[in-house]
Design a protein around this ligand. Sequence first.
Ligand SMILES: [Fe+2]
Length: 253
Amino acid sequence: MFVGDLGEGDLKTIKAIKKIPIPTAVILGNHDRGYDGSGDLLKIQLRMLGDLHCGWDLREWDFPLVSVIGARPCSSGGGFHLSKEVKAIFGPISLEESAEKIVLAAKKAHKDLPLIILAHSGPSGLGSEASSPCGRDWKRPYIDWGDKDLAIAIDKIRMHKVPNLVVFGHTHHELKNNAGVRKTFARDQWGTAYLNTAAVPRSGYDSNGNLLTHFSWVEFKNGVLNDVSHRWYREDGSIAYNEQLYTLKPIAE
Ligand SMILES: [Fe+2]
């Protein structure tokens, strides 16, 4: 799953994603609008991605056995702001209409499969500290920078099925002004997990000069969230560093 901000409208990453031989799902981010206010560059990317892009829709596939739906494409967080590029393609869409589109996507999903919501910005309601999963850390006052349409949608979706996981990016793990690192995992009272995957940059070198690349890793077992971690992989596919965020406690015998 790709949470967006692939590269300022650069088509290279999209071409690379299309070649990945396993199922992928993409939501584009605010930076993917590029520098083309007409929306044409965004349209090209959406056309290239085709059904890999799941903005406001269900990513249809037979495998893996999870349902993935997308939130509003190209979100820049901060409650609700429909970018002019998105408006140029999808028309004027209100906060309520955006929430409803996410809810409709969830209704298309198979009820018995785990439900994952893929978003560029996470929902509002996860805290208003700079270090909250969607907190604004780059400017005072520190506020909740999450998306309201997504939060409303999650509330409504829960009436049919509790979403298992919301995956997003946008608010970087490392906080501005050397203020430490962000909280990147949360669970609400209904059991929905929230995972911020925005390790930026997502690749770098260790002290021995080995390239390490970040992936957020999630496992489901029998339809239940079982393991969530941030992992830094070496080029040979081995794990150099694993930050465990969640493990399902084994049931005591
Ligand atoms: Fe972003």
